[in-house]
Design a protein around this ligand. Structure first.
Ligand code: C2E
Ligand code: CA
Ligand code: CA
Ligand code: CA
Length: 278
């Protein structure tokens, strides 16, 4: 159920109608989901390989749909972006993640860095800096504990406006990372022009680490590139011990993946954290 833009369903053949009306239904569900408080965040730990401690958590959006159950972002993010609903939804995500981060700190769970995914649409809007500042202010979250994950698409070329936007976010004290690094087409020469803290190696490379020599070469290259540019490097999608060992020996700074934990609800995450005390 994707890319059914404004009114296009009318031109579909009869046998396509159920699909289109399903999308229309999902869209109308999506419009009411915020006010019905159907969104929630799951958290996945991020582990520092030098200290072997949990240093952060990525906040990942979920939709508790009244009929379809718990939905992952793939099921509705496309629609949210097309309809522009992604803006208020992600505003909620930002506020909720900051609230949770500040609450965990108050509960003595340590000074976790919380990472929030920003959609390109949202990033390009003028108000993003105000939005982040307000979320920090109302939650009491420490700015240095908030990380914003940007997709490589934002960094397609050197754009003065994008750099200014990033600098104003950096001025708030938050850190910026590039998500899914290696899958897009960001020009390597531009990467150094951006005020970044971290590269996140896409999980497709991590998954092929043991089987595909070129995946190892790519991972090694990203780690070296990151370090030359004074960036931290985090590998996503670590599922196996062998992948972890390779990443460790290659000098990767941080890891995240099912090997440690799937993304889980906030209460479960707090329990996991105290139990593992990594
Ligand atoms: P992402 O930012 O690349 O997030 C990582 C995805 O990989 C998550 O999927 C996570 O559950 C999954 N993952 C983590 N570890 C492993 C692993 O070891 N193996 C495998 N196979 N998968 C792993 P999820 O939660 O379904 O999110 C999908 C995408 O939706 C995210 O990809 C992100 O691009 C987007 N997304 C999630 N939350 C938000 C949000 O609040 N705002 C926006 N704009 N996008 C979001
Ligand atoms: Ca991410
Ligand atoms: Ca990613
Ligand atoms: Ca992704």
């Amino acid at each position: 159920a994707k890319s059914i833009g404004g009114g296009t369903w009318r031109f579909f053949a009869a046998d396509m109608r159920p699909r289109a009306s399903q999308t229309a239904q999902l869209e109308s569900d999506l419009r009411g989901a915020l006010s019905r408080q159907e969104f929630l965040l799951h958290y996945q730990p991020q582990i520092d390989l030098r200290s072997n401690r949990v240093v952060g958590a990525e906040a990942l959006l979920r939709w508790q749909h009244p009929q379809h159950g718990l939905l992952a972002p793939d099921a509705f993010l496309g629609l949210a972006e097309e309809t522009g609903l992604i803006v208020p939804i992600n505003e909620w995500v930002l506020n909720e993640a900051c609230r949770q981060g500040a609450a965990w700190r108050a509960e003595g769970l340590g000074d976790l860095r919380i990472a929030v995914n920003l959609s390109p649409i949202q990033f390009r809007r003028e108000g993003v800096e105000t939005l982040v500042r307000e979320a920090l202010r109302t939650s009491g979250m420490r700015p240095t504990s908030l990380e914003l994950e940007l997709t490589e698409g934002i960094l397609l070329g050197y754009d003065k406006q994008i750099v200014t936007q990033m600098q104003s976010l950096r001025a708030l004290g938050v850190t910026l990372s590039v998500d899914d690094f290696g899958t897009g087409y960001s020009s390597l020469s531009y990467i150094r022009s951006f005020p970044l803290h971290r590269l996140k190696i896409d999980r497709s490379f991590v998954q092929d680490l043991g089987s595909d020599p070129s995946a190892l070469a790519i991972v090694r290259t990203i780690i070296d590139l990151g370090h030359i540019l004074h960036l931290q490097v985090l590998a996503e999608g670590v599922e196996e011990e062998s992948q972890l060992a390779l990443l460790r020996s290659e000098g990767c700074d941080e890891v995240q993946g099912y090997y440690f934990s799937q993304p889980i609800p906030s209460e479960a995450f707090a329990v996991w954290l105290t139990q593992h005390g990594l």
